[in-house]
Each structure stands twice: as C-alpha cells, then as structure tokens.
Design a protein around this ligand. Structure first.
Ligand SMILES: *[C@@H]1O[C@H](CO)[C@@H](O)[C@H](O)[C@H]1NC(C)=O
Ligand SMILES: *[C@@H]1O[C@H](CO)[C@@H](O)[C@H](O)[C@H]1NC(C)=O
Ligand SMILES: *[C@@H]1O[C@H](CO)[C@@H](O)[C@H](O)[C@H]1NC(C)=O
Ligand SMILES: *[C@@H]1O[C@H](CO)[C@@H](O)[C@H](O)[C@H]1NC(C)=O
Ligand SMILES: *[C@@H]1O[C@H](CO)[C@@H](O)[C@H](O)[C@H]1NC(C)=O
Length: 340
C-alpha cells in the first residue's frame, strides 16, 4: 500500500467492531502510536496500523449484524458500519486489500481525487444486504482496476458529484452490478460526469451496467459522458439498464418523474448472456428524455423459456449500430410508464 498525506491530515480510521462483546477500536495513523505526519509518506505508519487492526484480510464479521439491517422496511434505518472509509485522499494509491463480509458497504470513497484502487478483493455472500463493494461519492479522477468484487449488493456504485471515474479490468459477481446512482434522492445533488467502464466481466449479477435515479427528485441534476465498453455478461438478469423509475421497496408510488437529465451515454461491445429475456431496458424520465445515447456492437443471448430475447426503450431514441432488432429498442415509447 502506498499513500501520501496531503497538507490536510488524512483520516483513515480502521474500525474493527463486533467481537462477540461488540467493542469498536480506532486505529488512527496520525496518533503518536503510528506517527503519520501530514505531507509525508505514511506507508510505515499505515502498514503498522493495518497489521494491528487485522493483519491482512479485513473481516467485518457482518454475519453477526446483517439480520439487524431493516433498511428495506424502515426509511430512517440506522446505517451499519462501513469496513473501510477513504476520505479526502489526493494522489494516492490503495492496493492489495482484501475486504470480507462487511456489515454495510465494504469501502466508501468520499471527497478523494486522483486516486487509484487496484488489486482489491471484496467478498460477501449474495444474500447479505447493502454490502456494496465500493461506493464513490464527491470524488474526481478515481481509477478502480484489476479487482475482484462479489457481494450481496452493488459491486461498484457511483454517487453524485463524481467525475472522471474509470473502472477497468474488474470482475463482478455475485451482486447487483456496476451502478451509477442512486441519483436524485436528496436535495441539491451535484452532477455526475465522465464515467468509463471498460473490460469488465459480470457473472450471475442482478444487473450488469445500470444507471438508476429516483422519481420525485427534490432538485434537478445531470449525469453525462458515461461510456461502457468491452463488457462480458454471464447470466446477468438485467445486463443493460437505465432505470429512472428506481424505487426500491416501493416507497415512492405515484410520485412525479425523476429530474435527473441523462445524456451522452454509450454502450459498446457488450456481449454474453442474459438470465431474462429483457436484456436491454432503457427507461428514461418523462419530460426530460435521455439525449445522445448510443448502442453499438452489442450482442446478448437468452437461453431460457420465458419468451424471445427483447429490449425496451422509453423516453430515449438511441443511435443503434451493429445490434439486432431484438436488442435495439424492440419496443419503444415516449409515454410514461407506471412505476415498477
Ligand atoms: C483534491 O482534493 C483536495 C482535498 O479535498 C482539494 O483541496 C483539491 O482542490 C482537489 N483537487 C482537485 C484537482 O480537485
Ligand atoms: C486512470 O486511468 C486513466 C485511463 O487508463 C488514465 O489516463 C489516468 O491517468 C488514470 N488516473 C490515475 C489517477 O491513475
Ligand atoms: C481485461 O481484464 C482482464 C481481467 O479481468 C485482464 O486479464 C485482461 O488483460 C484485460 N484485457 C485488456 C485488453 O486490458
Ligand atoms: C443464473 O442466474 C440466476 C438468477 O440470478 C440464478 O438463479 C441461476 O442459478 C444462475 N445460473 C447459473 C448457471 O449460475
Ligand atoms: C455531449 O456530447 C456532445 C458531443 O458529442 C458535446 O457537444 C456535449 O457538450 C456533451 N454534453 C454533455 C452534457 O456532456
């Protein structure tokens, strides 16, 4: 692991909780014990703190608390602990970390810039709730590469105010796929720009590449310049998905449409198999259609018996090249769709 502190002190708290007695310890690299100083190389301090905290694999022992997560029924649920938080990092590299069975998100990247995450292994069982692999928010120029992520929730999720995020050579599964969003839930969310997802493989995931925005957004925002290329889907339930009617746990029936404007999104060279016949679903928001979308050289198969391979587009007219009719907006409408 190589990390440098910028002039602001980096706060990397390694929180180790829930031994059977459920006590939490904080390993502060800037404390006298470890001696990391702002502006200097913190390798030694961090390595020592890391080894004191866990000696290799960072095990969140989430199985002890997953059944206390009631976020699917309780809007004001108390979030559980995140395995690792990376906040206010600049010009940093995080590598060779194994994160296992977090209680909530595995890694939360917040207000970081010019930082690379590589050779990460992130693992939690399919049925563990909200164990997202890496959640990024309010960050710029972040690369995630050469990593293997399999969890019960999103492998990677990219929240508002994220820019120049590149995800390459990542394998994902099980889990909910590589996601942008959810966007448009909170007041004054900032735009998302410049996302590249390239050379990734998704296996047995609920979604492949997805952009999700809530209806009834309190304020307008945009998501633009999003490019997916060279992606392999293996038995993915919803391989290509824009869902601007995203409403988990049906907490938002009969609400006005999303105010997140999506533009300049391309899907290129996406191959493999879909677990459902509806392999491409682009559902954009009523009144603010998606603009400048492209679907190119994409070929997905469906081997099940629930009907023919198909695709659906709503409030979007992508430029389609090198894609069969079945996958190229086989059904298309500019009419509102009911909330799913
Ligand atoms: C990077 O982040 C630091 C700390 O948050 C901030 O001071 C700096 O302006 C940022 N630089 C860029 C180029 O965004
Ligand atoms: C991230 O990846 C892109 C494309 O490979 C590269 O141009 C950029 O320099 C990388 N950024 C960092 C912070 O490593
Ligand atoms: C694509 O990613 C895989 C790892 O998932 C890697 O082995 C391979 O070299 C990458 N291919 C290219 C062209 O970068
Ligand atoms: C394909 O995905 C479905 C749904 O996630 C799963 O139930 C099924 O076991 C998967 N098939 C294989 C061969 O892994
Ligand atoms: C979308 O792409 C076009 C060029 O294809 C560019 O002119 C425009 O500024 C882009 N819009 C956004 C919001 O990124």
């Amino acid at each position: 692991m190589a990390m440098k502190l910028n002039f602001l002190a980096m706060l990397l708290c390694l929180l180790l909780a829930s031994t059977p007695n459920a006590h939490a310890s904080v390993f502060d690299v800037t404390s006298a014990t470890y001696g990391a100083k702002p502006g200097s190389d913190v390798n030694t301090a961090l390595a020592k703190a890391w080894s004191d905290a866990c000696g290799g694999t960072f095990d969140g022992q989430g199985a002890l608390s997953w059944n206390q997560n009631d976020c699917h029924t309780n809007k004001n649920c108390k979030p559980l602990l995140v395995n690792l938080r990376f906040e206010f990092l600049t010009n940093s590299k995080v590598q060779d970390i194994t994160s296992l069975n977090s209680k909530f998100f595995h890694m939360h990247v917040f207000r970081c810039n010019h930082t690379t995450f590589q050779q990460l292994t992130i693992t939690a069982p399919d049925e563990s709730r909200n164990t997202d692999g890496i959640h990024i928010g309010a960050s710029t120029a972040i690369n995630i590469t050469h990593s293997k992520i399999g969890t019960g929730d999103d492998c990677i999720s990219i929240g508002d105010d994220s820019h120049q995020i590149t995800v390459t050579d990542v394998t994902c599964g099980p889990g909910h796929g590589i996601n942008i969003g959810s966007l448009g839930k909170y007041k004054e969310e900032k735009d998302v720009t410049g996302i590249i997802v390239k050379n990734c493989t998704l296996t047995n995931t609920e979604n492949g590449v997805r952009i999700k925005t809530f209806p009834d957004s309190p304020s307008p925002s945009t998501a633009s310049g999003i490019h997916y290329e060279d992606i392999i889907m293996v038995n993915v339930s919803n391989p290509i998905l824009i869902d601007q009617l995203y409403c988990p746990y049906t907490q938002c029936e009969q609400k006005p449409p999303s105010k997140v404007k999506i533009s300049n999104v391309s899907f290129k060279n996406i191959k493999g198999s879909s677990f459902t016949p509806l392999a491409v679903k682009l559902v954009c928001t009523m009144g603010i259609p998606c603009e400048n979308e492209e679907l190119t050289d994409t070929d997905l198969t469906y081997g099940g018996n629930k009907g023919p391979l198909t695709s659906m587009c709503s409030n979007v007219k992508p430029t389609i090249t090198g894609v069969t009719k079945a996958l190229g907006c086989a059904t298309s409408s500019l009419a509102p769709l009911p909330l799913s």
